[in-house]
Write a protein that binds this ligand. Structure first.
Ligand code: URP
Ligand code: ZN
Ligand code: ZN
Length: 469
């Protein structure tokens, strides 16, 4: 007797697409076959797609943002929104504040997450203060304890590391088998450009994009890849926005480097022109790197189609727009420099790629699964997730490929007050979502509860360890 049988659906994995029934018992997928019978619950998926629950490996929730700014999502609203968008696991960041120990930072994030999540979660660390204790003791111990990935920033005052610090952090990754993710933008070049724009009185949101041009991302990407080559570690280049950075990744791979590229919906659907909105509306689109232009959108699509990108993530980093603790904070209304960086998108990531990618014939369904679930699991060490296969966690999304919707923030479930994707028409939406064998959303209705999602410790990345032991 199974707990659930999903019958008559079209199952998609990163390698195959086939008609089959899927049986779930005790939270795991236990059989895949034809004519499976005998379950407490049968879900008829005829005409629908049965895919692994999405894994979004780039999400910010409840992250301290300074100057009275508060993120629009905590773990409850953020994971609920993720779930409605077809995700069953997300990887938010745990930010180390200056002078803080990583363990202390993690205690805070666990306290916020534990008992409050609708999806499973696991944490990446953000290293902002690579002191000798952090590098020598804390990081290696935390990698062993199931936190095997950390992000470093080349931009943002208070977060950026210099090259020496990046090299030292990468060296810890080389010794421990952890994976380093790099935010590539040259902070000094950005500051120079900000100074010029401010001196000219050009302080509207659009200047956010013009002070972070492609060249500052390209230079930093080249440098990050070079530093990883010096240390001889794999590296993840996150939220890539343009063709020049893509070429840097291609060139590094051609030199034999292990490089993972990540891009996000904003670089496929938005342009810098969005930042030009009247009445400071452009603030809604302020994120870093900024959206570029249509030619760069095409370059990012080519990166997806040709395998430069292994990861498609949301970089969900939500702030309310019309809010003194959000985009329109008192200083944010005076200059683009004070508008918090980041946009919401955890719920719309999958429908956008499905609609624009699969339904428009740019990628096939297996590549969609790889880009949105399987690769995230393999790259970030979630061994029992990211595929429809016997023994895997029963984290499953059932999609109706024929539903058409116009994205409206009023229909979404995050804590922001807008969506940067408002008005975009999509075809295909996840209607039923199963987490660890529990039906969390059925035909669009929430059945799960906060606390059903749990923290998941991770193994070393498939990139840094033998896959057979
Ligand atoms: O603007 C963005 N992307 N904010 C989130 C933080 C980051 O850099 O990923
Ligand atoms: Zn970043
Ligand atoms: Zn981010």
């Amino acid at each position: 007797m199974f707990d659930i049988i999903i019958r008559n659906g079209t199952v998609a994995t990163a390698s195959d697409i086939f008609k089959a029934d899927v049986a779930v018992l005790d939270g795991r997928i236990v059989q895949i076959g034809e004519g499976l019978a005998d379950a407490a619950r049968v879900i008829d998926a005829a005409g629908r797609l049965v895919v692994p629950g999405g894994i979004d490996s780039h999400v910010h929730l409840s992250q301290p943002s300074g100057n009275g700014i508060v993120m629009a999502d905590d773990f409850e609203s953020g994971t609920r929104s993720a779930l409605f968008g077809g995700n069953t696991t997300i990887l938010p960041f745990c930010l180390q504040e200056k002078g803080q120990s990583l363990r202390e930072a993690l205690r805070g994030y666990h306290a916020l997450a534990d008992g409050n999540c609708y999806t499973d979660v696991s944490f990446h660390l953000i290293v902002s203060d690579p002191s000798p204790t952090v590098l020598g003791q804390e990081l290696p111990a935390l990698v062993a304890d199931g936190y095997p990935s950390f992000k470093v920033f080349m931009t943002y005052e208070g977060l950026r590391l210099n090259d020496a610090q990046i090299l030292q952090t990468m060296d810890v990754a080389r010794r421990t088998g952890a994976l380093v993710m790099v935010h590539c933008e040259n902070e000094d070049a950005i500051r120079y450009l900000i100074g010029q724009h401010e001196a000219a009185g050009d302080v509207a949101p659009k200047a956010h994009a013009t002070t972070r041009p492609v060249v500052v991302e390209r230079e930093a990407t080249h440098r990050a890849l070079s530093l990883a080559e010096v240390v001889d570690v794999p590296v993840v280049i996150v939220h890539v926005s343009n063709g020049a950075a893509i070429e840097e990744i291609r060139a590094a791979r051609a030199r034999g480097r292990k490089v993972i590229g990540e891009t996000c919906p904003q670089y496929l659907t938005l342009t810098a022109d969005s930042l030009e909105g009247m009445d400071w509306e452009g603030a809604k689109f302020v994120c870093s790197p900024p959206p570029r232009d249509e030619a760069e959108q095409a370059n990012c699509w080519r990166g997806i189609e040709t395998g430069v990108f292994d990861l498609f993530s949301s970089d969900h980093c939500p702030f309310r727009y019309d809010d003194s603790k959000g985009k329109l904070n008192p200083k944010g209304k005076t200059s683009f420099r004070h508008i918090p960086n980041g946009i919401p998108g955890v719920e719309t990531r999958l429908p956008i790629l499905f609609s624009e990618g699969v339904m428009k014939g740019r990628i096939d369904l297996s590549r969609f699964v790889a880009l949105t679930a399987t690769n995230h699991a393999r790259i970030y060490g979630l061994e029992t997730k990211g595929s429809i296969a016997v023994g895997m966690d029963a984290d499953i999304a059932i999609w109706d490929p024929n539903i058409t919707r116009t994205i409206r923030h009023a229909d979404l479930h995050d804590g922001a007050d807008y969506s940067p994707y408002e008005g975009i028409n999509v075809t295909g939406w996840p209607t039923t979502v199963i987490l660890g064998g529990k039906v969390m959303i059925q035909d669009g209705e929430l059945l799960g509860q906060k606390g059903d999602g749990r923290y998941r410790s991770r193994s070393l990345s498939g990139l840094t360890r033998p896959s057979v032991s």
